[in-house]
Design a protein. Structure first.
Ligand SMILES: CC(C)(COP(=O)(O)OP(=O)(O)OC[C@H]1O[C@@H](n2cnc3c(N)ncnc32)[C@H](O)[C@@H]1OP(=O)(O)O)[C@@H](O)C(=O)NCCC(=O)NCCS
Length: 152
């Protein structure tokens, strides 16, 4: 059955964030790190079904020059019903209203999702200029997270 859902301009709670990334098998994060991250978002939306957050997405960045569409996640049992598309559309509407010229909006698609983002106007980097990344303090799949360090 197709779930009914709405997209709300809303930051997920720390518990919702942890619950939903766990459900899709993403690396666990400390609650303190999640709180900092969510607080520093430029824009967040939640997909809500029957009063429960079943997905979310965020725009992060410096608020002036660089934006990054990230953390688009939908609970597995709610996937393939258009919720992820609605989340990316809402985030993209927000970045499209950004007032400053020459703003770059980045996204790092997980495997298989290039066309999912292409539909919203995001373009693959040319092969001579691929995106690059680096994990810091990688703990996964050894998921025991140690005591919280002092944030820099
Ligand atoms: C990616 C994700 C958010 C998509 O959410 P969703 O609600 O299932 O997306 P939609 O139902 O709007 O999908 C629309 C279309 O995108 C494509 N698509 C969606 N998920 C896909 C996947 N995992 N692999 C390949 N194509 C996918 C399909 O073409 C789909 O259309 P279809 O169902 O008619 O085939 C969801 O699969 C998810 O949470 N994945 C785990 C977390 C993740 O990897 N997030 C992306 C971070 S960059």
């Amino acid at each position: 059955m197709t779930p009914t859902f709405s997209i709300a301009r809303q930051t997920p709670t720390t518990d919702d964030y942890a619950r939903i990334i766990e459900a899709v098998g993403w690396r666990p994060r400390r609650p303190e790190a999640i709180e900092i991250a969510l607080r520093n978002s430029c824009f967040s939306v939640c997909a809500v079904s029957d009063g429960t957050v079943v997905g979310f997405g965020r725009v992060i960045g410096d608020g002036g020059i660089h934006l990054y569409v990230t953390d688009i996640v939908v609970l597995p049992e709610f996937q393939r019903h258009g919720i992820g598309t609605a989340i990316v559309a809402a985030l993209t509407r927000w970045v499209d209203e950004f007032p400053f010229p020459n703003t770059i909006v980045a996204v790092l698609p997980t495997p298989g999702l290039v066309s999912f983002y292409e539909r919203h106007g995001y373009k693959v980097q040319p092969s001579h200029s691929p995106a690059m990344s680096r994990w810091i303090n990688a703990k996964w799949p050894n998921t025991a997270l140690e005591p919280t360090p002092t944030a820099p």
